[in-house]
Design a protein around this ligand. Structure first.
Ligand code: PRP
Ligand code: URA
Length: 209
């Protein structure tokens, strides 16, 4: 696998991923698992975040420390990316969250943009797109296209489960975008669903299946 694609081997990720996939997992538990896995993957995807030194005063003495020096933007692809962005903002409260609404046309599997909340000027150093599913890759490629057109320079993609086709399409279209995942599955079925996957990530989070 290329250096561009990072698939977590962390035992906690693998444990929670199996629970997430199970069709016995109801929406409340599903949402909790999305949040937990997203936080673990975000931790892995931000190992290279820029830091600046700072001094804090403990109850005993001054102490040298660090603070995150980069402006990080998280871009959830609606709907299913919402649970991941809420997880990320919990552990890095300074992130900017910019929503992008894309859905996949059921017939053509092509992404359709219906909402774009990006400000006029790029105001972040690192953009992290979050979406649980990288299936054909059409939505992720479109989201990166939109961010690059907007002026974003450093972009990462954070997903939970990918199909090989999605990884191939995203990495070919945007070889400069690192991809962080919990798993790459076997294939896409005839309806464009990832097999074995977890079904429809939006429906399972929001109880709309
Ligand atoms: C799902 C998923 C991705 C997209 C992936 O969203 O959350 O955004 O499909 O498929 P692709 O890689 O083939 O583009 P969906 O279109 O079902 O919308 P939803 O999140 O509103 O349910
Ligand atoms: N979107 C989903 O939610 N699941 C898939 O398997 C493919 C696209």
């Amino acid at each position: 696998m290329s250096d561009q694609v990072h698939v977590s081997r962390h035992p906690l990720v693998l444990h929670k991923l199996a629970l997430l996939r199970s069709n016995l997992t109801e929406p409340k538990k599903f949402r909790e698992l999305v949040r937990e896995i997203a936080q673990l993957l975000f931790y892995e995807a931000t190992q290279d975040l820029g830091l600046a030194p700072l001094t804090v005063q403990t109850p005993l003495a001054p102490c040298e420390g660090y603070e995150v020096a980069e402006r990080v933007g998280v871009i959830p692809i609606l709907r299913a990316g919402l649970g991941m962005s809420e997880a990320v903002i919990d552990i890095l409260p300074t992130v900017h969250v910019w929503h992008l609404g894309l859905y996949r046309d059921h017939e053509t599997l092509q992404p359709v943009t219906y909402y774009n909340k990006l400000p006029n000027e790029p105001n972040i150093d690192l953009s992290i797109i979050v979406d649980p599913m990288l299936a054909t890759g059409g939505s992720a490629v479109a989201a990166v296209d939109i961010l690059k057109h907007w002026g974003a320079r450093r972009i990462k993609f954070l997903g939970l489960i990918a199909a090989p086709e999605g990884v191939q399409n995203l990495s070919t279209a945007h070889p400069d975008v690192p991809i962080y995942l919990a798993a790459i599955d076997s294939h896409l079925d005839e309806r464009g669903y990832i097999v074995p996957g977890l079904g429809d990530a939006g429906d399972r989070q929001f109880g709309t299946g």
